[in-house]
Ligand binder design. Structure first.
Ligand code: GLN
Length: 234
């Protein structure tokens, strides 16, 4: 009776990629974050139930979704044309730009992409930050080997701290969270006007529209505001 016509609820499995604070990260072995709380609140407004969370590297999330290993992606994922070919997205729930993060020792303070010339730059594989590096830097300001790709942004930031790279390209709210907890800082913001959405299989129209109405409910009833205050407090 999985046809949504009756009173029976359908369970969905969510997928995420921890290491992207404050959207999703591990604290004392537990998966926590804004995306986790927001998706759970949104699903709570629908006829669906959440059966649990599965963790992947970021660039394995879309294959996991299209292979039916998970039913929804909640991973600070930017809605863009490339991904739209493979999957669907809910309405946007957060907007962001890219930040260039450096060590906070003051030794290197770039102000623009051209200041990154001949430096070693890190980003997480499969991200829009990687796309900015590929499109705007590789082949012009830096060589291919001056780009370091990581499976996880935590590893990218650790390599920056260790001096193995000079800068990391990463979403602004995540950059600010790392900067609040580690010896790194935002050097400058590169405007990309990105919007995050939850990702769904393109044939999951009922789930997509249910999540969209759940999202607008939690945006109207104060839940969304509470969660942003909790996770993005300055
Ligand atoms: N917003 C970026 C993207 O969608 C990064 C997401 C992430 O690393 N979790 O590519």
């Amino acid at each position: 009776t999985g046809s949504n016509g009756g009173a029976e609820t359908q369970a969905v499995t969510a997928g995420t990629a921890p290491g992207f604070p404050p959207f999703e990260m591990k604290e004392d072995g537990e998966l926590v974050g804004f995306d986790v709380d927001l998706l759970e609140a949104v699903i709570g407004q629908t006829d669906y139930t959440l059966s649990g969370w599965e963790e992947f590297e970021f660039d394995s999330l879309i294959p996991a979704l299209t292979n039916n290993n998970i039913d929804v992606i909640a991973a600070g994922m930017t809605i863009n044309d490339d991904r739209d070919q493979a999957i669907d997205f809910t309405d946007p729930y957060y907007t962001s730009n890219q930040a260039v993060v450096v060590r906070s020792d003051g030794e290197f303070s770039p102000e623009s992409l051209s200041n990154l010339a001949d430096r070693q730059i890190g980003a997480q594989s499969g991200t829009t930050g990687e796309s900015v590096v590929d499109d705007e830097l590789v082949g012009s300001e830096i060589t291919e080997s001056q780009y370091s790709a990581y499976g996880n942004y935590v590893l990218a930031i650790e390599d920056l701290e260790n001096g193995n790279t000079d800068a990391v390209m990463i979403d602004v709210p995540v950059a600010e969270t790392f900067a609040a907890n580690r010896p790194v800082e935002v050097a400058f913001v590169y405007e990309t006007d990105e919007a995050f959405g939850f990702g769904l299989r393109s044939n999951a129209d009922d789930l997509t529209s249910s999540l969209n109405s759940g999202l607008s409910t939690v945006q109207d009833d104060g839940t969304y505001e509470e969660l942003t205050a909790e996770w993005f407090a300055e």
